[in-house]
Write a protein that binds this ligand. Structure first.
Ligand code: IMP
Length: 191
């Protein structure tokens, strides 16, 4: 079976291909001749994942899954959430995003936060979604140089290191994306 993963991120594609059952061959967007920006204009993480999966099915005809991720901070009513990538502006600069978040939390004692990944799967004209959540807190300063995005300021519950200080394997085991992908894999194994 062929399935499109609606991403241009080759690392994500490789990572997910290594986790899914061998009877499923993953294709990236370039493999199906999609070189445009797939729209993600919804106001929720789940909405964006669904929008991307439906767009590929509708415009390219392939069964497909898409993911969307955001960091939800409790005391900021779930911000930056769906706006995580461009929290500090259209440059999508990770350092600027982290600086803005640290500044917004300066006077707030509650630093609880969670990463959320939603994967939307469009398969055989059915839509399924899989959600992975990793709870934790925002640190006061940045630590570590691994990972990407908000990793240097996010500590998972029960850990005293940030996501930027732990290995990718460890992050995949406890992290939001790994959890969502494992749910997707469980589902694909049943069909
Ligand atoms: P995307 O939906 O995977 O493109 O993620 C949107 C934004 O959320 C990214 O640009 C990052 O700012 C942030 N983000 C997503 N996943 C992670 C993660 O695993 N660690 C840190 N930041 C992340």
């Amino acid at each position: 079976m062929q399935l499109v993963f609606a991403t241009n991120n080759l690392n994500k594609l490789k990572e997910v291909q290594s986790l899914i059952p061998s009877h499923v061959k993953l294709l990236g967007l370039k493999d199906i001749g999609c070189f445009e920006d797939v729209p993600e204009t919804q106001l929720t993480i789940k909405g964006n994942a669904i929008q991307k999966a439906e767009y590929i099915k509708e415009h390219y005809g392939f069964d497909c899954f898409a993911d969307d991720t955001g960091l939800e901070v409790e005391t900021l009513n779930g911000e930056p959430g769906v706006f995580s990538a461009r929290y500090a502006g259209e440059l999508r600069d990770a350092n600027d995003n982290m600086d803005k978040l640290l500044q917004n939390l300066e006077v707030r004692p509650n630093r609880n936060a969670q990463f959320k990944t939603v994967i939307a799967l469009h398969l055989n004209n059915n839509l399924e979604t899989f959600t992975g959540i990793c709870k934790g807190e925002i640190t006061k300063t940045k630590h570590g140089d691994k990972g990407f995005g908000y990793d240097p300021i996010f500590k998972a519950e029960g850990y005293n290191k940030t996501f930027a200080e732990i290995s990718l394997d460890e992050k995949n085991t406890i992290g939001h994306r790994g959890k969502a992908v494992r749910l997707l894999v469980e589902f694909l194994n049943t069909i």
